[in-house]
Design a protein around this ligand. Structure first.
Ligand SMILES: [Ca+2]
Ligand SMILES: [Ca+2]
Ligand SMILES: [Ca+2]
Ligand SMILES: [Ca+2]
Length: 467
């Protein structure tokens, strides 16, 4: 009896020790007085403890194959005690000898490149890049600090931003070419500014053509990103920020180009030595040292779409680790199509397809897609009839049909079916409806429901204001 009890207690201890990840901040909550887990953001998108049957890590934790993720940012403090050197990309064809051994145009680019000073020093004088990198690649299951998302990742730090987090589009473009030429499959760009750059656009198109997935932060100005480069580029995944209640973070930029949302408030990650970057991102919230966490302030907490983007980039890298044969377009589709709809039903300008769901993304069918978008309405005359043309997209890899419904007001409870769409409409006129249907009210909501042959549906809404 006694022996049996002893055996059970040993087993219990073993089970507890096996709870993974064992990084203390992964298990803790309220460390800085907040009412949620310290690493709530990872858990919210599906990276829960590995003994949880629904954890995204049960599908892939990155150890299947080493995927290279280029982080275009302020650099990396790769000597951080919670970052493993094995997760730092190493240029196998280069050695430290003052010679460009591999002839790629960069001398001694062993572990990335500093595009500002044109040397191999990627030290992070801001802390922003180290924080972004920690979300993707902090050392996991080492009994120290935080858990990162991808255990097998190789981070290629490309320094394109100075200690204030400022940079130039030309350097960003050059770094994109570098990342593509040197084997990156995912590029994280937690940067951007109003205005478009031709050089940057060309580089992003080049990356897309070469199958490299670029993930970009929408930005923190609380404004519409139309015309912003690179967030408004069609060749990237643009990420907006949500908060602990899965609603849009007030600072997050928005617009038709937003593809997906991910947690972006009060994240915990690595702090580069001698840095305190909230001063440069949210100066009005800055209190010296207020964001430092833990013994010797090795960790840091911060908000911004900059930290939503690496959650998406890291998840993308896990998909590539699991299925290296997939294209960037496949992975983009898997991430977006599997996102959990939040806010206004359907694709919306604040969260795109919705909130990142890493487990669903990792399990998604690469070819599955289901799109419903209403882009606008136009009045057309046909003989003596007045018609309202509804424009948009109704598409799927296995399209069943789509319907258009009409309801009075901004949030209708009753809907009337006014049209059926029998064929895929990639971007054009979905239907023409009789204008007399709209006579009895000043405000109407149009609802498009697209049906997949597999049974799934996706809807889109559009508000019509009649003067
Ligand atoms: Ca070289
Ligand atoms: Ca060399
Ligand atoms: Ca750790
Ligand atoms: Ca939505």
């Amino acid at each position: 009896m006694y022996r049996a009890v002893l055996l059970i207690s040993i087993l219990a201890v073993t089970c507890m020790a096996a709870a993974a990840p064992d990084d203390p901040y992964f298990a803790s909550r309220g460390t800085w007085g907040q009412g949620y887990d310290d690493q709530w953001a990872l858990k919210r998108i599906g990276f829960t403890a590995k003994d949880d049957a629904t954890s995204a890590w049960r599908i892939e934790d990155g150890s299947s194959s080493a995927v290279i993720v280029a982080v275009l940012d302020t650099g990396l403090d790769y000597r951080h005690p919670d970052f493993a050197r094995r997760n730092l990309w190493r240029n196998e064809h280069e050695s430290k000898n003052g010679i460009d051994d591999d002839g790629n145009g960069y001398v001694d680019d062993l572990h990335g490149w500093n595009f500002l000073e044109r040397n191999d020093d990627v030290a992070d004088l801001s802390g922003h890049g180290t924080f972004v990198t920690g979300i993707i690649a902090a050392r996991t299951d080492n009994g120290e600090g935080i858990a990162g998302i991808n255990r097998g990742v190789k981070i290629m730090p490309l320094r394109v931003l100075n200690f204030l987090g400022a940079g130039h589009a030309v350097k960003v473009a050059e770094a994109i070419y570098y990342a593509v030429e040197n084997g990156a499959r995912v590029i994280n760009m937690s940067l951007g500014s109003p205005g478009d750059s031709a050089a940057e656009s060309r580089a992003m198109r080049y990356a897309a053509d070469r199958g490299v997935l670029i993930v970009v932060a929408a930005g923190n100005e609380g404004s519409d990103i139309t015309g912003f480069g690179p967030a408004a580029s069609e060749h990237v995944i643009t990420v907006a920020a949500t908060d602990e209640s899965d609603t849009r973070a007030g600072f997050s930029n928005w617009g038709a180009q937003v593809d997906i949302a991910a947690p972006g408030t009060d994240l915990l990650s690595l702090r580069a030595r001698r840095t305190d970057f909230v001063l440069t991102t949210f100066p009005h919230l800055y209190l010296p040292g207020d964001a430092f966490i833990g013994d010797q302030a090795k960790y840091y907490r911060a908000s911004g779409t900059s930290f939503s983007a690496p959650l998406v980039a890291a998840t993308a890298s896990l998909i590539f680790a699991k299925q290296p044969e997939l294209t960037a377009a496949d992975v983009r589709r898997m991430l977006l199509q599997s996102a959990r709809d939040i806010g206004v039903p359907g694709i919306d300008q604040f969260s795109g397809y919705g909130l990142l769901d890493a487990r669903a993304a990792l399990a998604a069918d690469p070819k599955f897609f289901l799109d419903a978008v209403i882009t606008g309405v136009a009045v057309a005359q046909e003989g003596n009839r007045t018609l309202v043309a509804v424009r948009g997209t109704a598409a799927a890899d296995q399209f069943r049909r789509a319907t258009i419904e009409l309801g009075a007001g901004t949030d209708p409870t009753r809907w009337q079916r006014v049209a059926e769409v029998r064929e895929v409409v990639p971007d054009g006129t979905l239907a023409r409806i009789d204008a007399t249907l709209l006579q009895s009210a000043k405000q109407w909501t149009l609802r498009l429901i697209v049906e997949h042959r597999g049974g799934q549906t996706r809807e889109a809404r559009y508000l019509v204001n009649l003067g």
